[in-house]
Design a protein around this ligand. Structure first.
Ligand code: NJP
Length: 246
């Protein structure tokens, strides 16, 4: 049997990088894409995969990336993130555009381009990393929550549209995972980013990667539809139990 192949978008850090490592451990040849090519190149060397530059907001970049992938059994739509935390009254339109272009249209571009190959694989799987922000709203978060809701709707719509095709769809909606996510959200402000995880035991990228690998290792007739995963210390997007600072 030929080697099963996975594609992980946004594999230069966090959940994407950990997922690529986990799938490689399961025997997949993994195509890893992100804008920071040096990082995905190092990762690909480590796991015996293939690194490709990928900007999901660019039509040309997605075309070059998806053309280079000959076969795909598992697609992990992971590239994404948040920019800013502002009430609607003060919304930064560029931040909103970034979030919608990356999380929503980016997922659409990559999925649309790889769908024929996923179907042709005979047992395809699309994993989309959305968020608890795809299921709930929170104050000052509408740019991100609306984008993640839309990304979730895109993914869930495909579940119906692909009925009868040999493709499974799994949405993973995580709560707080300690990655570069908050650093990106707060424009490189490390102190502010660290506060998000202060006094809690957050999830780590590996926790999500193991869930992706579990979904991928189910037999073809088993579709894990939606997996919501949060730290024990988190009840909802903005509701945490925090240990007091020393
Ligand atoms: O964050 P981070 P996570 N084209 O910042 C890539 C969701 N999530 O691992 O291009 C291609 O470490 C970026 O690569 P680069 C979240 O919304 C997280 O936590 O080199 N790739 C990097 O590899 C996201 O969908 C939390 O900058 C692009 C990766 O995305 C997913 O989990 C909670 C790109 C981001 O890695 C992974 O995020 C939650 C582009 N245009 C949902 N733009 C959480 N961490 O708490 C960015 O509910 N990337």
């Amino acid at each position: 049997m030929s080697t099963r192949t996975a594609v992980v978008t946004g594999a230069s850090s966090g959940i994407g990088e950990a997922t690529a490592r986990e799938l490689a451990k399961q025997g997949y040849h993994v195509y890893v894409g992100a804008r920071r090519f040096d990082r995905v190149q190092r990762l690909a060397e480590d796991i015996g995969g293939t690194a490709l530059e990928l900007d999901v907001t660019s039509e040309d970049s997605v075309r070059a990336f998806t053309d280079a992938v000959e076969r795909v059994d598992v697609l992990v739509n992971n590239a994404g993130g948040a920019k800013g935390l502002a009430p609607v009254l003060e919304a930064d339109l560029d931040d909103w555009r970034w979030m919608w272009e990356t999380n929503v249209v980016g997922t659409l571009r990559v999925t649309k381009a790889l769908l024929p190959k996923l179907i042709a694989s005979g047992d395809g799987l699309i994993v989309t990393v959305t968020s608890v922000a795809a299921l709930h709203t929170y104050d000052n978060g509408a740019g991100y929550t609306s984008a993640k809701h839309a990304q979730g709707v895109l993914h869930r719509t495909l579940r119906g549209e692909l009925l009868g095709q040999p493709v499974r769809l799994t949405e993973i909606a995580p709560g707080a995972v300690e990655t570069e996510f908050s650093l990106v959200r707060f424009d490189g402000d490390a102190e502010r980013a660290a506060k998000v995880y202060e006094g809690i035991d957050p999830l780590y990228a590996e926790d999500i990667a193991q869930i992706v690998a579990f979904a991928a290792s189910r037999p073809p007739h088993v579709n894990l539809d939606t997996i919501v995963v949060k730290p024990r210390d988190q009840e909802g997007p903005g509701r945490f139990s925090r240990r007091p600072a020393n």
